[in-house]
Design a protein around this ligand. Structure first.
Ligand code: SF4
Length: 373
């Protein structure tokens, strides 16, 4: 295969990894660039949007993760790009203003550090030979050494290592080769420590991803881990990828019975993103998140509305005097609305909800929970 053919295969295979904010695997979150490669409009962890070339360096992999179509032994077309090939094609795209950044991941070629060396070599070529100063997101391969991770931090704008499951027991259902504590949690803790040391590493964004629905995990387990990832490890973003039935090994425990409806797992993924927003942007803690007795989120009602309906003692919130945190708890109010309220009330009393510019459903959601006197 020539470089373009390989890139066609490897960029398509990278679609299963969402840890660069590429949306929730609907095709309309991405578009085809020239030569058929996928380009991803992405929300960057530090805010703002960009268009990334997203690809794997290689889709060969020595591991056997049960949820992954690239695992060893599956019958797919395998190929590997050399670091120079990726750097040259990417810079060609940059010069033609087709992309503004790179998301680079890979299957495990031989061992984790051999793979990291290749991934870091691409970033080094871009930074040093091509003087590229834009966005580079590098994947940390599970089991990577501290030296290899430090190298990534010296080159990247963002790095990610997918946690995949909430806990070791769940992880063991999916992988017989990777060790959860040694290969994933250890490196994630090291990434966190590196950032706390300050300097360039402090500015490198860290993200991770859970695969949802592949290991019989509950939402409460994911939320518990998510809280630790934000509050203890201080990662910037947590992403969720709905496990797609059929991509993985049919022997994943319970696969045949657990996912009767493909929409179910996407609905779960959506609710988890809502919880992520509540914890990251709305000041909710893990104990605020309403869960059913089976440890899962309601699929019928969004978690913020559910919280409001379970806490009548908290409402009504007084628009003209309430603090930012209280206003953020009102269904229909987002951070932007709340900033607007605080700005408006500096100019005088807010007498009607309509003054906030809310319309339709959002206005209807908020009305029972606030007063304007
Ligand atoms: S390490 Fe696991 S998840 Fe990553 S490419 Fe290999 S089989 Fe897939």
């Amino acid at each position: 295969m020539d470089t373009i053919e390989k890139l066609g295969v490897l960029s398509a295979d990278s679609r299963f990894d969402l840890a660069c904010a590429c949306g929730t695997n609907r095709d309309d979150h991405r578009r085809r660039g020239q030569e058929g490669k996928w380009l991803y409009p992405v929300a960057l962890p530090q805010g703002g949007y960009s268009v990334l070339l997203k690809t794997l360096l290689s889709n060969t992999c020595k591991n056997d993760c049960g949820y992954c179509p690239l695992r060893s032994g599956t019958d797919i077309t395998r190929c590997t790009l050399q670091p120079e090939e990726v750097a040259n094609v990417f810079m060609d795209y940059v010069r033609r203003r087709k992309v503004f950044g790179l998301f680079l991941s890979s299957g495990v070629i031989g061992n984790p550090d051999n793979t990291m060396d290749r991934i870091n070599a691409v970033a080094r070529l871009l930074r040093q030979r091509h003087q590229f100063k834009g966005y580079i997101h590098l994947k940390v391969i599970p089991g990577a050494s501290e030296a290899a991770i430090e190298d990534s931090f010296a080159l990247a704008s963002a790095v990610s290592l997918n946690i995949e499951t909430p806990g070791k027991k769940r992880f063991e259902l999916l992988s017989g080769q990777k060790d959860y504590m040694r290969d994933i949690i250890g490196p994630m803790k090291f990434m966190s420590r590196l950032r706390q040391q300050g300097g360039r590493a402090e500015k490198v964004k860290c993200t991770t991803q859970f695969i949802v629905g592949a290991s019989d995990e509950t939402d409460s387990e994911i939320i518990e881990y998510m809280s630790g990832i934000y509050n203890k490890l201080r990662f910037n973003r947590v992403y969720f990828s709905a496990y797609q039935k059929g991509l993985g090994r049919p022997s994943i425990p319970g696969e045949q019975t657990r996912l009767p409806d493909p929409d179910y797992v996407f609905a779960r993924e959506h609710r988890l993103y809502q919880v992520d927003f509540l914890m990251r942007r709305y000041g909710f803690s893990k104990t605020d998140i309403p869960l059913a007795s089976d440890g899962n989120l309601s699929l019928e009602k969004d978690p913020k509305e559910l919280w409001a309906s379970m806490h009548p003692e908290f409402f009504p919130v007084r628009i003209n005097t309430a603090c930012r945190e209280s206003l953020l708890k009102v269904p229909g109010f987002g951070p932007q609305t709340v900033t607007g309220i605080i700005r408006l009330r500096r100019e005088g009393l807010i007498r009607h909800l309509e003054e906030l510019g809310l319309k339709g459903k959002r206005l209807g959601k908020a009305r029972p929970f606030v007063v304007c006197e």
